[in-house]
Design a protein. Structure first.
Length: 146
């Protein structure tokens, strides 16, 4: 069984003039999609992951945006040169943990739903955040407009 699950990351307060994008693929074969420049407003990244369950096995998340091991799934937000910004001041990634909650919870019937999270995009000094999001507030279910 495989089911598509819609996710949304709201990157709050991104560093001005810095490009951010969602990483698709792994290793040297990755590409950055949905690239956006920080300009004083929050950035949104919408994408699908696949919830897979095979013959009584524990459900797992997969798809081109999913990184990590089966017990530690996450997505990358590429920053600066990693996001394709030529001459960028910054280079790196922000690691956003994926929600284990979608493995146990189903969506209500009817309507369009997604799992969403809010993550900080910069420090108090205006520099981009890198590495794993900490503290991470977790994922919550949201309804998309019809």
């Amino acid at each position: 069984m495989m089911k598509d699950v819609r996710l949304r990351i709201l990157l709050q307060n991104p560093a001005d003039g810095t490009m951010y994008g969602l990483q698709e693929g792994k290793g040297a074969d990755y590409k950055t999609v949905q690239a956006q420049i920080g300009r004083g407003e929050d950035l949104t990244f919408d994408f699908l992951v696949q919830l897979k369950q095979a013959n009584g096995m524990v459900p797992s998340l997969g798809g081109p945006f999913v990184q990590g091991t089966p017990t530690n799934r996450f997505v990358y937000i590429d920053i600066g040169t990693y996001a394709g910004q030529v001459g960028a001041r910054w280079s790196g990634r922000l690691k956003v943990p994926l929600p284990e909650t979608i493995l146990q919870n189903s969506f209500p019937d009817g309507g369009q739903y997604c799992w969403s999270c809010n993550v900080p995009g910069s420090t108090a000094e205006g520099k981009p955040l890198f590495a794993t999001v900490k503290p991470f507030g977790g994922w919550f279910m949201c309804r998309l407009p019809d």
